[in-house]
Ligand binder design. Structure first.
Ligand code: MEV
Length: 443
């Protein structure tokens, strides 16, 4: 088989790069230079990044932008966002400013419970298993004492463990379904360590349980793992104002705007094809902040989308109402976030982001992230129902195309001016650059 290699992880970083260059690249010198161009000149900082994962060869940059003027409850925040999509930070900033003048965002944490499960196979009667579980439950908790000590001292820990009978879904399948409070930690390590201890205790104690006979005492642990579905770790964010107060440069007719906006949200509530894109726009804001604050955006994505489908049909995460002349727009989402542990104490830019956010607790961060999602969705749906999305999008995209063509600053100024009154498409930009270059005015 061509291009396979064994022992790759044991090679030094340079050896790994040389193997890649020799295996895949024709212009090895350029590829090597590119990889090294992205190394940090500070060896210590580079080593830190190298050690986040295995087989690191270089760094992959994403822009870290900021969206200022977010009024959340009574605090003003500048929100850090790590994202590549051109229009996202601009849209967030615009939405923040819009609502700053209209009372800002209100956010509240509704619950903070995390979940983990031990999945196991048991061959016997459920009554006996229930009796065993009752008997062993105190020991399940006490055997984790050394793991939970610190968390308990701070006010968190294991909330409960339940036995769940899943044998109707899958023969002989049962669970220990445990709930946790992990305070400012996202809690994955804490939860998984507790679960693995539950599993060990559960299996060992089953062997000693006097009422089990034959196969019954031989419980087979399949796996122990936290769930990224956290429907009891919810945050709600909201904006509202009188309909007439929506009036602005972009919204000359607030009544019409409010109605159309509400219709757009209602469509996302009933139509999964639209809901997915609607929610994707929400995640533009959410992921960017989750990433900038060193949290696990894959966990957040998985949990949020599962929540969007909780009633059996994939639906909008945001909702809108117009009652007694008041426009209200809100989001409810599950977010398991941490502000201590993990990358939060390791990545220098994450520390920077946390300081910028005034050292938030996990609950504060849940509020900030949900607001970023709501603001992003407000911006997207506002554009979609008024000017259309392409106007703003392509203006931001213009810069990417100009950079792709290595436009000089003077060319950029001229072309940005030109496209204030002309439609941006990839080909129209290419045509305009070519024209400028052929006329010999620049460069
Ligand atoms: C693009 O990244 C996100 C949008 O498609 C979201 C939406 O349609 O609501 C603009």
């Amino acid at each position: 088989m061509p291009h396979t290699i064994s022992g790759f992880s044991k090679l030094s970083k340079s050896e790994k790069i040389e193997w890649l260059l020799n295996t895949y690249f024709t212009d090895k010198d350029s590829a090597r230079a590119l990889v090294k161009q992205y190394w940090n000149t500070d060896d210590k900082l580079q080593k830190l990044h190298d050690e986040f994962i295995e087989n690191t060869i270089t760094n992959y940059y994403l822009p870290l932008g900021v969206a200022p003027n977010f009024l959340i409850n009574k605090t003003i925040y500048t929100i850090p966002m790590a994202i590549e999509e051109s229009s996202v930070v601009a849209a967030a900033s615009k939405a923040a400013k819009f609502w700053l003048d209209r009372g800002g965002f209100k956010a509240e944490v509704l619950s903070t419970e995390k979940i983990g499960q031990v999945h196991f196979i048991y061959k016997g009667g459920f009554d006996k298993l229930e009796a065993f579980f009752k008997n062993v439950k105190p020991k399940l908790i006490s055997d984790t004492a050394s793991i939970t000590k610190n968390m308990e001292r701070r006010g968190g820990g294991i909330l409960d463990i339940q036995l769940r009978n899943k044998s109707e879904d899958l023969p002989n399948y049962y669970q220990l379904h445990a709930t946790f409070e992990t305070l400012d930690a996202m809690g994955a390590n804490f939860i998984n360590t507790c679960l693995e201890q539950f599993a060990t205790t559960f299996k060992n104690e089953a062997l000693l349980f006097k009422d089990f006979t034959g196969d019954e005492s031989n419980i087979s642990i399949v796996m122990s793992i936290l769930s990224n579905y956290v429907p009891q770790c919810l945050v709600r964010a909201e904006v509202s104002c009188k309909i007439e107060d929506l009036k602005s440069k972009d919204i000359p007719n607030p009544e019409e705007f409010a109605e159309k906006f509400k219709q757009a949200v209602s469509i996302a509530e009933v139509e999964p094809y639209r809901a997915v894109t609607h929610n994707k726009g929400i995640m533009n804001g959410i992921d960017a902040v989750v990433l900038a604050t060193g949290n696990d955006f894959r966990a957040v994505e998985a949990g949020v989308h599962a929540y969007a489908a909780k009633d059996g049909t994939y639906s909008s995460l945001t909702h809108c109402s117009i009652t007694d002349g008041i426009f209200k727009f809100w989001i409810v989402i599950p977010l398991a976030l941490g502000t201590v542990g993990g990358l939060t104490s390791l990545h220098p830019l994450v520390k920077f982001s946390m300081e910028m956010l005034q050292k938030p607790t996990a609950k504060d961060l849940m509020k900030i992230v949900s607001v970023a999602g709501l603001a992003q969705n407000f911006g997207a749906v506002k554009s979609l129902t008024t000017t259309g999305i392409q106007e703003g999008h392509m203006k931001m995209h213009l810069m990417n195309i100009l950079n792709q063509f290595e436009a000089a600053d003077t060319e950029k100024v001229t072309l940005i001016e030109h496209f204030k009154t002309n439609i941006v498409t990839h080909s129209s930009v290419v045509e305009a650059i070519t024209k400028i270059r052929e006329s010999g005015n620049f460069k």
